[in-house]
Ligand binder design. Sequence first.
Ligand code: GLV
Ligand code: MN
Ligand code: MN
Length: 423
Amino acid sequence: MTTTDRSGRVIDRHRLLARLQELGEIGKEPSGGRTRLALTSEDKEARDRVVMWLEEAGAQVRVDRIGNIYGLVDGEVRDAPVMIGSHIDTVPCAGAYDGCYGVVAGIEVLQTLIQRRERLRRRVIVAAFTNEEGVRFAPDLLGSRVLAKDTALNDALAISARDGALVGEELQRIGYAGETSPWELLPGVFVELHIEQGPLLDAAGIPIGVVEAVQGHSWWRVTIEGAANHAGTTPMDARRDAGAAAMSLATKIMRRASDAHVPNVATVGTMTLEPNVINIVPGRATFTIDFRDHRNETLRNAERQLEEGLRELQGMGLRTSSECVSRHAPVRFDAGLCALLEALSAELGLPARRMLSGASHDAQMMAGVCPTAMIFVPSHLGISHNPREHTEPDALARGADLLLYTVLRLASDAGGRDGIAGI
Ligand code: GLV
Ligand code: MN
Ligand code: MN
């Protein structure tokens, strides 16, 4: 199945695939995964590559004060631009496509527009947002949060990493503390192209997902303190075992998600026991919880149940504390833009299905700024946040073609006639 745009407007798939592979080599580890946590030297190397490609494409490059990178091509009018883009920071030991696909395809779209001397009424911008993943600095989606005024710029610059580094200092160190105001280039419409990271499109053999909504998330760091003691001599009923308490609370949380879907999914992704020694009852346990649901009320119920669980542990003589490190309510995307994406997929001969996103994306922040939607392409077996993340080259090229076609429509005179508020 190939795209069937009769005007012959397609991206250069060889350049798209070669750049994706090249970006995927940065931060590569012997295990086959790559690690480019936000604002590290590996992130800087990837940023430098993106800037080089934008310049090669003939785009104007800007960097804003939170380090978001923009490549811009002028249109006939100065009205709010059409923005596309995603992120290039990664989780540890990541695949090559999460985020990178949306940025590299965005550059490809810009380069194709410039090479073909397409007549653009509106400006077109491709953005690479800072710290989408939120692994090194919480909260996640930081660059787009600042644009959406969900987090104030100065607060964002003062966030410290678990390794002690500050966002503002790290931006200076890697040379990406830009001077552009984050609000200078606010778009009138935003479209993010991304791999699905779940199994639905792959299983159904459907090439395009039109994303209507994104699950909300609620991330917590929980600490439980008990008393470290001798593992051989301390009777079971005399223990204040922080490790056992953390494991039992984590199990309860997972069981509620599995059995009652409160919330839809829950993950305990990290757990540290102290002193972490075979023959000492743990005196302290620290763990994280990631709750996700597309219903805000259910997310709130899960949060209430966590509070209750912590109170129960206090009643058993343990000290507890909890901190919400990131939260965002579920988001619905713009109905008119989703309908347009569906119609444009049909024009290109690409079957599409409407769907929800399980993962978080910068688009959920941008939905607070302007009409926003997302395009998904299939992920092989739905594997993501894993070096085995894979999308077929044809599928990557088709998604980028649809993005090009979408941008042409939105940036042309026709864009304003499609009933999307803001353009
Ligand atoms: C980002 O990939 C997330 O959904 O955690
Ligand atoms: Mn992503
Ligand atoms: Mn991710």
